[in-house]
Design a protein around this ligand. Structure first.
Ligand SMILES: NC(=O)CC(=O)C(=O)O
Length: 270
């Protein structure tokens, strides 16, 4: 069982949390006819991506949104990488968190965004996640019946060390719920997904929210899937929709065997 089909759900995010969950659910019910194994949702798909929204929309693990997402995985008998949501802990800290559910609706992974997105680009994008969010501290890789998959959230993917650590832990694909913007998206989005795929010889999957020009933060969209050889398998536009990619984890082994970058590392000198 080394082949799997991944659905990227590139949805518009609206202000009503429950409408976002309903939309994710409707997309998945529709896409299931394509015999998918995993569905991926975008970063912060329950609330418009704005640091002031995170405390307002935050829920603890196990509360209503979590339960509904677990139910979506179970009802559709798929793995669900549930984008990311604002998560509140018992001390009131808030994290940008991605939950992963298996086809029984059991949580099998949880990644809290490790690198907070604090940027200020002249004549471009400003954002300061650290105004309202705390950072996670863990490298996340989860096991599936197909093999191991790494998980990080948007800005995390810019840090090559994190992807390499996931690969060291056995990841053959890296899934990234994300929301690049109109400054950084055109400049870096495809470049990063191809770069990380080629350096690490893994599939890379980026699931962004669809573009909403009326939002305070405008998502670039352009969800993408890249093969371990750097081939772009899927590159969506900015509009709402979904795409399917077929991943073959034997192909990862083949690429790593033929062009043995991982084996050829000189860990004695770096
Ligand atoms: N939204 C993010 O976390 C990151 C991003 O937009 C970027 O790195 O660019």
């Amino acid at each position: 069982m080394n082949k799997l089909k991944v659905a990227i759900i590139q949805m518009i995010v609206v202000k009503d949390k429950m409408k976002n969950i309903e939309k994710a659910s409707d997309f998945i019910k529709n896409v299931i006819k394509e015999d998918i194994d995993i569905a991926v949702l975008p970063e912060m798909f329950l609330c418009p991506y704005d640091q002031s929204n995170f405390p307002i929309y935050a829920e603890k693990e196990g509360e209503i949104s979590y339960l509904l997402l677990s139910e979506i995985a179970k009802q559709n008998n798929i793995y669900l990488v549930a984008g990311s949501v604002p998560e509140k802990d018992d001390d009131g800290n808030i994290f940008n968190t991605s939950y992963v559910f298996d086809p029984n609706g059991i949580k099998i992974a949880k990644h809290r965004k490790v690198h907070l997105f604090d940027i200020d680009i002249e004549n471009g994008q400003y954002f300061k996640e650290s105004d309202t969010l705390d950072a996670g501290n863990e490298v996340t890789v989860f096991d599936t019946k197909f093999g191991k998959i790494g998980l990080c959230i948007c800005y995390d993917f810019r840090f090559p060390e994190l992807s390499r650590l996931m690969v060291d832990k056995g990841a053959k694909a890296i899934i990234v719920p994300a929301a690049f913007n109109m400054t950084t998206g055109p400049a870096h989005w495809e470049l990063l997904f191809r770069c990380r795929a080629v350096d690490n010889q893994v599939y890379t999957i980026g699931c962004a929210s669809a573009r909403d020009n009326s939002a305070t933060y405008i998502s670039y969209g352009n969800s993408i899937a890249v093969s371990p050889f750097g081939e772009v398998l899927v590159h969506m536009n900015e509009k709402e929709g979904y795409s399917i990619s077929s991943l073959d984890f034997d192909y990862v082994d083949k690429v790593r065997g033929e062009l043995p970058l991982i084996a050829h590392r000189r860990l004695d000198i770096y």
